[in-house]
Design a protein around this ligand. Structure first.
Ligand code: SAH
Length: 399
């Protein structure tokens, strides 16, 4: 076995892949807008909180504190059935235990900086400040048949896609598992405690999650999965695996790893172009992982899981939305167990690019259909509050 300069054996397999994706930092589309707060956040490792722990870890901690294990279940119920956001609410637990717990693993809700509601009343966007000062956004979308939260997995994003507002920010840091969980608990609390059905469309619980907020979920793989398991756990939120969708720019080694996980979480790949020249101009990650490498991992994913893969295709006017581009896409995906999700580009401040109009969207769809590629157009919510796909961007003060 050879050793690195640090004297440690070289990393291999999944561990090496994790290091590689953590180091990905693509050229920014525009100068990074980090303010001093966020620079501070970069160097900071957040302390562990109660919501970072799963039930086994909490049970171990409670045993170490000399308490019976049923206390862990009680705390758990407060968090995931009552959506408590302070130890003080847990009134059937001894104060001495609560004090010890809060000293070891604090419980503080994410600080809500602002919360906006769209004109249609069906989309809410919360801006949260994390410990250390970094900020993230999370969106609740209400439909007649479902209540979906769009979750962020990183503060900012390193992927720098040309049409995405978050990509202009650069990466501040990965979110901790508890910070991912908290975004969802915030909206669970809202739905469970709001009695006016005009604000909730009658929903009492969140039914679906999409990991399509700020950040690249598969570049924060371990924390993402810790949060997913929590959402899925019947003793926590009990969300079915098929009710959750992770969206990625397409990191091949992480897609392969995703295929080996035991939960059948939906996976969506941001493709946006069917040739390397065009995709590279829209998504810098394509220079590292070109389409052929990406599709090889996608094919492996499908053959291993036998699950349908989604491909997202953001339609940018006069860039990737011609009938010829649709044919190229159809040729690329022909024969694959997949579905194409078309998203007319949402406007992004500072970008001259625009979304395709309805006639171009329909013409693109018609071509896909001619070649038998299943597709749909994603209905967008919350454009008026910058809550739609690709619009999440914390407005930094550069003072
Ligand atoms: N990093 C992940 C999740 C990001 S957002 C990923 O890239 O998949 C989810 C989807 O919104 C992605 O497909 C992303 O490319 C798309 N998107 C980004 N900016 C957009 C915009 N301005 N209009 C429409 N879709 C956009």
């Amino acid at each position: 076995m050879s050793f690195t300069e640090t004297g440690r054996p070289p990393k291999d397999g999944f561990e090496r892949d994790l290091v590689e994706v953590a180091a990905l930092n693509l050229p920014k589309a525009t100068p990074t807008l980090l303010n001093s707060l966020n620079k501070a956040a970069l160097s900071q490792k957040p302390e562990e909180t109660l919501l970072d722990l799963d039930l086994d870890e909490l049970t171990t901690l409670i045993k170490e504190l000399g308490q019976p294990t049923f206390r862990a279940k009680q705390v758990w119920g407060w968090l995931y059935q009552n959506f408590a956001d302070a130890y003080a609410e847990m009134n059937n637990l001894p104060n001495s235990l609560l004090e010890k717990l809060s000293a070891q693993v604090p419980l503080a809700p994410l600080e809500v900086v602002t919360e906006k509601v769209a004109y249609d009343g069906q989309t809410r966007k919360a801006l949260f400040r994390l410990s250390g000062g970094a900020e993230i956004e999370t969106v609740l979308m209400l439909y007649a048949d479902r209540a979906t939260v769009c979750v962020s997995t990183q503060a900012g994003c390193a992927m720098a896609c040309s049409f995405c507002a978050t990509g202009q920010l650069g990466l501040t840091r990965n979110l901790q598992p508890g910070e991912i969980v908290q975004q969802v608990l915030h909206f669970e609390r809202f739905l469970s405690r709001t009695t006016d059905p005009r604000l909730t469309l009658g929903h009492k619980r969140i039914t679906n999650l999409v990991f399509m907020g700020m950040g690249e979920p598969l570049a924060n793989y371990l924390n993402l999965w810790k949060a997913i398991r929590r959402f899925h756990d019947p003793q926590s939120l009990n969300l079915g695996a098929r009710k959750m969708t992770v969206s990625t720019v397409g990191l091949p080694q992480m897609i392969r790893r995703f295929a080996q996980e035991d939960l059948p979480i939906n996976l969506a790949i941001s493709l946006h172009a069917a040739n390397d020249t065009l995709r590279g101009s829209m998504m810098p990650i394509n220079h590292r992982f070109p389409i052929a490498m990406l599709l090889e991992a996608c094919r492996e994913y499908i053959s291993r899981t036998n699950r349908r893969l989604s491909f997202e295709y953001t339609l940018v006017r006069e860039v990737n939305d011609s009938p010829a581009a649709a044919r190229e896409l159809a040729m690329l995906l022909r024969g694959m167990l997949c579905h194409v999700n078309l998203i007319p580009m949402n406007p992004v401040p500072g970008s001259s690019q625009q979304g395709s109009d309805l006639s171009r969207v329909r013409a693109f769809q018609a071509e896909l259909e001619r070649f038998g590629i299943p597709n749909s157009v994603r209905s967008e919510k919350g454009r008026d509050i910058q809550a739609a796909c690709g619009q999440l961007k914390v407005e930094y003060n550069l003072s």
